[in-house]
Design a protein around this ligand. Sequence first.
Ligand SMILES: Cc1ncc(C[n+]2csc(CCOP(=O)(O)OP(=O)(O)O)c2C)c(N)n1
Length: 809
Amino acid sequence: MLDLQKQLQQKSSKQVFISKSEILRDYSLAVQSREVSLIGRREVLSGKAKFGIFGDGKEIAQIAMAKAFRKGDFRAGYYRDQTFMFAIGAATIQQFFAQLYAHADVSADPNSAGRQMTSHFATRSLNPDGSWKDLTEMLNSSPDLSPTGSQMPRLVGLGYASRLYRELEELHQFTQFSRNGDEVAFGTIGNASCAEGVFWEAVNAIGLLKVPVVLSIWDDEYGISVPNEYQITKGNISDLLKGFRREPDCDQGFDIYEVKGWDYSALVETYTKAAEVARQHHIPSIIHVSEMTQPLGHSTSGSHERYKSLERLAWEEDFDCIRKMREWVIEQRIATPGELDQIERNAKKLVENTRTKAWKAFTLPIYKERQEVAALVEEMEAVSVHRAKLAAIRKRLTEKQTPSRREIMAAIRAALLALRDEDIPAKQKLIAWKKEQRQINDERYGSHLYSRSAESALKIAEVKPRFSAGSPTLRGFEILNAAFDTMLARDPRVIIFGEDVGKLGGVNQSLAGLQAKHGELRVSDTGIREATIIGQAIGMALRGLRPIAEIQYLDYLLYALQIISDDLATIHWRTGGGQKAPVIVRTRGHRLEGIWHAGSPMAAVIHLLRGMHILVPRDMTQAAGFYNTLLKGDEPGLVVEVLNGYRLREKLPDNIGDFTVPLGVPEILREGSDVTIVTYGALCHVALEAARLLGEVGIDVEVIDVQSLMPFDVHGKILESLKKTSRILFLDEDVPGGGTAYMMQEVIEKQGGFYWLDSEPRTLSAKPHRPSYGTDGNYFSKPNVEDVFETVYELMNEADPGNYPVFYR
Ligand SMILES: Cc1ncc(C[n+]2csc(CCOP(=O)(O)OP(=O)(O)O)c2C)c(N)n1
């Protein structure tokens, strides 16, 4: 420990040398970035772009941070970081304007293909075919999101990955992702966002995991209009963070620095020092950058004069970081005022020229599309009896100075409406154009919700489980244990963690003994911190690892749902296929007891997690098969294991580590010809028992286990069943109108099941209240065998009351 202290002291006494030309380059960049903000704001206020949020007032600190950033490092920041992104060369000014205009083309806006609002950055970790690039040769940024503080959970994992890559020898081979775990994760956050719970959860996790993170707090004393005194106890975040401070002779905790946002040389020195310590010793630091300003106000949505005092506004002018740097440069005789004026003039010119280029590139294809449509409408005008109407539509479309695709499409639709009673050849051309462009636009705005790579989970070939005479019969948890053991042995990138996962081996023992066998870093305990358990997994997956993050019970997934929904599920789509995070979230739910151990909020999951696969295996063999499939794929997935399945006995497949269960393929558990029951998870057994009883009264029920809610029945197997039975019941343990309504829409609307129905489609779910405690509470809260029996019986009674008279009410 003393050695470490000595080394650290030597580091901190090191002077950082910056040449004059570098200082002037930095000044020029800061001025350019400010100009980007000013012109960007103008573009929004003049109606060329919809919304603007910029990094004005934060320029100098970000330039300093960029100096410490190395290849392989990662950023997890937020919408203020444009100067940093320019400084490391991971974003250009032209790309910035392209995103401001929402230029939906990945070559113009590589951050988000025009899908994210301005200043939401991301670098491209993937090749166009979805395979990984060499991340150690890149300066990386994970993709930004707008919910304040949401960059924090993944910062934990981005840093933790370095620790794993350094400390696990078996990972040293993955040189495309790490060189000895030397990579630092740089986080940035606004002062007000430090009031978010995830901030504290992440800081605590980073501190105790001892990961190389340099976290900057950009403190301009406000969160939109609300000052620090309403955000932070004592009004000062550094004061509050003192408890996390590392003691001099200790390697636990953070190094905490406070530095002014306008003090160029102190900032450079602080970042250099903090990053070196993090890189070499995996000691994290927090850099509280105070006295920052926001000269253009929070965003284009309002002006700060409404809530800042005149004194504050005057102070912000005096302490503007660029002004301060200018004064310092002159004072140090690095340049004369005249030379700096010239730099400022050049910067203005450069930014304005670049903006013009970005605008032209954005509008050109849209002008071209408008021209094509105008020409087609004109062609129709020549022969149509509705000439006047068409001419008016064309005029409206062409006289707009800045056309949008929305207006082009609306004009086409208006023209087709005008021509509804007239058939002319040019109309067909217009319809064909509309159809083609619809497809292009669906792709332009919606591609990459799921992977398109060779590893897409939907492309993973099915390998059936193999059984032999010697296959033992084990309890469910032992089946899973054998499966996880093989996964860990087969692939060193597989890392499993969660609450009670390590030493105890999981609350259901499915990981028992695996920490002892594979080591503490491969199977590890975490604190009770669901959001950052997921964030840890996201950051690790963004850096090439294959995390399996456990959330102890499905009901507690809600703590992490925001981050899974906002971040994980959208990563691939919101970067236009630029990044992927194949996280496996493992949890368990449904049948246990009481409100918070027996819930089944499946609709919440289904509707919030588009972009992930949602799997609900009915037993542990199916679960193992799903894990194998997901691990061969490159997409995130959620697996909900059935709580009461751990003690049930199943046959262990001989190929436990290799067999796969295909996604989106339901399984017919029982064939029948009268009614189809569509269900999943724990209710499979309930449905089968009800089907047995119904068989006794002459009703032949087909039971289908959906098992993969997303993707849902990709081959239309359920429709085939419905064609046979023409009656259908959707059954689950979610609230009424939850998972059952989702399944009904899939089959009745999407698959066209409506046309094959002889009875109205039915749903049977749990009650709208949460499951009540105890055996009886459960019986009257959730669908049971008798409920299923009666619901199906009613369907048959309606169809044939003579043969199926009601006997129970
Ligand atoms: C979860 C969430 N709540 C509210 C908002 C609306 N919002 C956007 S920025 C902001 C203020 C953030 O202030 P701060 O963290 O200090 O960063 P700054 O914008 O000042 O750089 C708020 C309240 C949001 N984006 N996300």
